[in-house]
Design a protein around this ligand. Structure first.
Ligand SMILES: [Zn+2]
Length: 288
């Protein structure tokens, strides 16, 4: 066979891949497919993470009064050196680098999100302690809600008949009716040396909250005693500036007396709350 004939034949022959080439080609196609699938999975993971981030910023962090994490901080990439240099120069470099970058950003976002949830968990624990401590029940049994005689606001003074601000809530009850602590705390005082209150108990709940129970007949606790919500602390009476046996109940936040009506959520349904609110808002005469 002459050289020329061989050349002509060679050109006319279809290109035949060696088995090795065939295997490599298959492997390459397989790898590309795998990268595409990986990108699909990352897309799903990103979508789930985006939802968690959204809930984190707009719900959890708002509820626990933490600042939202800014978008730039969550989605921050990596500046400075090119960390994908060793992936350059191949046929599929673009795909491989993009996939790696995507994975790195996703990983970083998960770290940021995880730290945020750790912070939320700590805040939730604090909030739970606060909710246990602050007043949340009525200080006397009031199942049919008929015991509230007078609420917080302007009322007629029972002695002078003048219009005066009444800083607490009055619960009518016979002498000797049990009085309960409305939240966990420490008895700050149990004495009769403050003007007007008669025998009274003051409980410190922490977080700036205190509750006060006045005109008592008898004490069931001493100063310095640690108590739980619902503990029996004393009995209704009419000591001090009081017209008839009743419990005068006050709530303090950072030294200011606030409306106790907002601190009964522990044992009232929404309907019961509405009913109690109506009674408490009537501008009548207080028992002081
Ligand atoms: Zn009163």
């Amino acid at each position: 066979m002459s050289g020329l004939l061989f050349f002509v034949l060679y050109l006319n022959l279809p290109y035949v891949e060696t088995p090795k080439e065939k295997t490599l080609k298959r492997e390459l196609a397989n790898a590309q497919l795998r990268f595409e699938l990986l990108n699909k999975k990352m897309e799903q993971a990103e979508a789930v993470l985006a939802e968690v981030q959204d809930r984190d910023n707009n719900l959890y962090r708002v509820y626990f009064e933490a600042n939202p994490i800014p978008e730039e901080q969550r989605k921050a990439g990596f500046g400075g050196i090119n960390r994908y240099k060793d992936l350059e120069g191949f046929d599929n470099s673009k795909l491989i680098i993009a996939t790696n970058k995507r994975m790195d950003i996703l990983t970083k976002q998960i770290v940021v999100q995880s730290r945020s949830l750790d912070e939320i968990a700590k805040l939730a624990e604090e909030k739970e302690k606060l909710l246990i401590a602050i007043p949340a029940i009525q200080p006397v049994k009031n199942e049919d809600l008929t015991r509230v005689a007078s609420g917080y606001g302007y009322r007629t003074d029972p002695f002078t008949k003048a219009r005066k601000f009444h800083y607490g809530m009055d619960f009518t009850a016979p002498r000797g009716t049990p009085v309960y602590a409305s939240g966990d705390g420490v008895v700050e005082r149990a004495d009769a040396t403050a003007a007007g209150y008669g025998k009274h108990i003051r409980i410190s709940h922490g977080y700036g909250y205190e509750s006060l129970y006045a005109h008592l007949y008898k004490y069931n606790v001493r100063k310095g005693q640690r108590i739980k919500r619902g503990d029996l602390i004393g009995f209704v009476g009419s000591t001090g500036r009081s017209e008839a046996p009743h419990l005068h109940y006050e709530i303090f936040k950072n030294g200011e007396r606030i409306n106790p009506i907002h601190f009964y959520y522990g044992n009232l349904s929404p309907d019961e709350f509405d009913a109690l609110l109506r009674v408490a808002q009537q501008e009548n005469q207080s028992l002081d």
